[in-house]
Design a protein. Structure first.
Length: 174
């Protein structure tokens, strides 16, 4: 959702369009396959990415080369919703999780704690945390904040149109 919001706001998104929209993500994934190679040390392509938006999952952030400056919008979501979403995707692929939800929840919590600790200590990273749950409830509260964080003139009205309550299908029972 955030990638689509940034694109609608007028930013250029680096994507290879290899993973197209599907039932799990009707708006598309807006991913770039080379991002998955960060952990292997393949970072040369980053030199040509200037002023583009790239989706990087939290597990790969530590592999971003320190010689570049980054503005990271870190999406946070209720873990129960993340697990529900993952289960649906696995079901659509006729796959099963190899570990229990309890174990996955614990691993994810530990990962988030570690990555946030690491991010807070990176002098080359500016960071904005955005709650998926809150932006779905009220996108108006975030769109200008995001534009201000990026220090860019963005079309916040188009950004506001992206969060779609009809696509918010995996809600936490809180």
């Amino acid at each position: 959702m955030m990638m689509k919001m940034l694109e609608e706001g007028g930013l250029s998104v680096l994507t290879d369009a290899l993973r197209s929209a599907d039932d799990d993500n009707p708006n598309g994934y807006l991913e770039y396959e080379l991002v998955k190679q960060l952990a292997d040390g393949n970072v040369k392509w980053l030199a040509d990415v200037d002023q583009k938006v790239i989706k990087v999952i939290s597990q790969l952030l530590e592999y971003l080369p320190p010689e570049h400056r980054y503005k990271i919008i870190f999406m946070e979501r209720e873990i129960k919703e993340v697990l529900a979403s993952q289960h649906k995707m696995l079901d659509h692929r006729n796959e099963k999780s190899q570990i229990s939800d309890t174990e996955l929840h614990e691993q994810f919590q530990q990962h988030l704690k570690a990555v946030k600790f690491w991010l807070a200590r990176q002098p080359n990273i500016d960071l904005l945390y955005v709650s998926y749950n809150e932006i779905m409830a009220n996108p108006d509260n975030y769109c200008q904040v995001i534009a201000d964080f990026l220090s860019l003139d963005m079309d916040v009205s188009k950004m506001r149109s992206v969060p779609n309550k009809h696509l918010y299908r995996n809600r936490a029972n809180t």
